[in-house]
Design a protein around this ligand. Structure first.
Ligand SMILES: Cc1cc2nc3c(=O)[nH]c(=O)nc-3n(C[C@H](O)[C@H](O)[C@H](O)COP(=O)(O)O)c2cc1C
Ligand SMILES: CCCCCCC(=O)C(=O)O
Length: 413
């Protein structure tokens, strides 16, 4: 974190999120940097998430009077109107980047009228963050905890009471991904930071990664046995083993039938499903009552070499066919990326890591700068593309390089 005592601002020479990232890396502690950047295994999916956007080229239309452009999403999301089709995805332990952590992020989201999702593993409470972000704080991201569904129920009650709109169930993380960088840097959350949503002083789920991947003791065996689908799926949520005293463990036995039913029975909030990459999983989510779907590979942090969200988006949008909103995250760094995701059918997009760059450099102000920059870039792209509102963004405005070659001399070209 920036150690200056004067209120930090973003230096004038920083023009893009890429510049901000470089600035952030000048001061970010190596362990925090490793946690933020660490992807699964060799980082293929992280790179894919960043490169996929440039495989699509845009074909602009001219002379369409774009003097006034409306950037608001086509439809309300979480029953609210937002200034942009952009939100802040849940990410754990934001105090690592700034002492005000999730409170600063939520306040920035509020000031820009975009939504924010809070991680189960935040450093500020459901109530504190709601207070900082008010109507912008719409979702509580949920990991279902092994043997401690009582804690999940308590979190949901508190989210309901505080006025959250949705539980965002993350389905791509039955176990932490193989994250070697994190192990090498010996990542642990500093002692003075807490998972403040829990009254007990719990250890975090990433300690689990260290145990499962690199230790050779009896605990490892116990967890490995827990991932056996035959034994796990047969248990009720309450029967899942509470493996270790003070450590929160994500339930690796999560499954559609048992857990979506359990969630629907235990909360009045909307249930959104985060981490969908297959059209048939989108279908499962809808069948079990999901109010919305987030196409995501968890920022490349879980399964290496898995597809990018953008590449599978069209197939998922086709499958969903307008029944629920389809959102996307992963690798969004420019206003043009927002445009491309919408052109391929997303209703809304979310960002993860760029928020940490803003937090690190200038706290709440830095996060606001990130949102303002994406907004400004998106607006310019809309104008140059000849789109006066989000409803005018069309699939036909984009082509892949190989698609462009094969179009030579055909159709209107
Ligand atoms: C540091 C960090 C922590 C994260 N923590 C969570 C989390 O607690 N729950 C969750 O569902 N996703 C989590 N994510 C994933 C994000 O919600 C999101 O899917 C991803 O960051 C989007 O990709 P991007 O970082 O390229 O924008 C985390 C991501 C990062 C970078
Ligand atoms: C079972 C995965 C726990 C990870 C918790 C935080 C997170 O989602 C992330 O670091 O990514």
């Amino acid at each position: 974190m920036n150690g200056n005592s004067t209120p930090p601002t973003i230096p004038r020479e920083i023009l893009s999120l890429k510049d901000l990232e470089a600035k952030c890396l000048e001061t970010m502690a190596p362990m925090v940097r490793d946690y933020l950047y660490d992807g699964a295994e060799e980082g293929h999916t992280i790179r894919e998430n960043l490169e996929v956007w440039d495989r699509w080229l845009v074909i602009p239309r001219m002379m369409r009077d774009t003097s006034n452009v409306n950037l608001t999403p086509r439809t309300h999301q979480f029953n609210q109107s937002w200034s942009l089709p952009l939100g802040i995805a849940p990410s754990a332990m934001q105090q690592l980047a700034h002492p005000s952590g999730e409170k600063a992020t939520a306040a920035a989201a509020r000031s820009m009228n975009i939504p924010f999702g809070l991680s189960t593993f935040s450093n500020y409470t459901i109530e504190e963050v709601k207070d900082a972000g008010r109507d912008s704080v719409v979702g509580l991201q949920m990991y279902l905890l092994e043997g401690r569904r009582d804690l999940n129920i308590e979190l949901m009650r508190r989210a309901e009471a505080a006025g959250y709109k949705a539980i965002v169930l993350t389905v791509d993380s039955p176990v932490p991904g193989n994250r070697p960088g994190l192990i090498k840097s010996n990542f642990v959350m500093p002692k003075h930071m807490k998972f403040r949503n829990f009254s007990e002083d719990f250890g975090g789920p990433l300690d689990q990664a260290q145990d499962t991947q690199f230790n050779d003791d009896s605990t490892t065996v116990a967890i490995a046995n827990d991932t056996n689908p035959d034994s796990a799926a047969a248990r009720t949520p309450e029967q899942t083993t509470k493996s270790r005293g003070n450590q929160l463990i994500v339930d690796s036995s999560i499954n559609w039938e048992r857990d979506m039913t359990w969630l629907r029975e235990n909360t009045s909030l909307e249930i959104w499903v985060k981490g969908i990459l297959h059209p048939l999983d989108a279908e499962e989510a809808i069948a079990y009552g999901a109010s919305g779907i987030m196409v995501s590979n968890h920022g490349g942090r879980q399964l290496d070499t898995c597809v990018s969200a953008l590449d599978v988006l069209p197939a998922i949008v086709k499958q969903v066919n307008g029944r629920v909103p389809v959102h996307l995250d992963g690798g969004i760094r420019r206003g043009g990326d927002i445009f491309k995701a919408l052109a391929l059918g997303a209703d809304f997009v979310w960002i993860g890591r760029p928020v940490w760059w803003g937090l690190e450099v200038a706290g709440e102000e830095g996060v606001r700068w990130v949102i303002q920059t994406l907004k400004r870039e998106f607006e310019v792209v809309m104008k140059l593309m000849g789109c006066r509102h989000v409803g005018e963004i069309k699939r036909e405005m984009m082509v892949t390089k190989s698609g462009l070659l094969s179009m030579g001399g055909s159709g209107v070209f």
